[in-house]
Unconditional design. Structure first.
Length: 221
């Protein structure tokens, strides 16, 4: 999960009683770095406008600009109306990326680790951990099994790029240009705009070789 700065004013469609029109998505998409705010997948073909607080036919919540988030259909379906009282990634008073740790599994069909970083996390953190664990791991239906497989393969494609870049930095026969390109690849992956950036950030922070030899990459983490 990553922090987002919401922009104002609200799109014109909101005042007219529409929350999923083109002008709404044109603002939400870049605001959320073109990523689902829950799973961090980008290039979403099944974009949905998600209500952070379930509106349940409450008109005020349904058309509240502050309540509209950029999501993929998988995460929106899993969150539904059952996950509430969550950490808000648009809240500038908290850094959601530091409150929950994300670790990629050793194999694509393994279980993603989602856990609170605090010893005694608050209720909102625990609730958010439960939701994100489901977003990454739930495969209780045939469709969710397929969508999870697609999600994990996308994540692993990037993870492979990270590992190749790391190996290039470690190899003594890598040339200067090769190493520069590899470092720039990792730097780009650590940027919040990159798909699944939270995973690459926690990977980097746990990798002694990278943190000791390329400490400049830690800036902003």
């Amino acid at each position: 999960m990553f922090n987002v700065t919401r922009t104002y004013p609200a799109p014109d469609s909101i005042a007219r009683g529409h929350y999923n029109k083109e002008d709404v998505l044109q603002i939400l998409k870049p605001m959320f770095f073109e990523k689902c705010y829950l799973c961090e997948r980008d290039d979403i073909q099944d974009v949905e406008v998600e209500h952070f607080v379930p509106h349940q036919s409450n008109e005020a919540l349904k058309y509240d600009w502050d309540n509209l988030y950029y999501s993929c259909s998988r995460c929106n379906s899993i969150k539904s109306n059952s996950h509430i009282n969550l950490l808000d990634c648009t809240d500038s008073n908290i850094d959601v990326s530091k409150m929950i740790r994300f670790l990629i599994p050793s194999v694509p069909d393994g279980k993603v680790t989602v856990e609170a970083t605090a010893t005694t996390p608050c209720d909102k953190t625990n609730n958010t951990v439960a939701l994100l664990d489901a977003c990454y791991n739930l495969d209780n239906t045939a469709l969710r099994g397929i969508s999870r497989e697609t999600l994990m393969e996308q994540m692993w494609e990037y993870f492979t790029e990270l590992l190749i870049a790391r190996q290039t930095l470690r190899k003594k026969n890598s040339g200067k240009t090769e190493k520069q390109n590899a470092e720039e690849t990792i730097e780009a992956m650590l940027d919040v705009k990159h798909p699944f950036s939270i995973f690459w950030r926690y990977y980097y922070l746990s990798d002694t070789f990278l943190t000791q030899n390329y400490p400049n990459l830690r800036i902003g983490l």
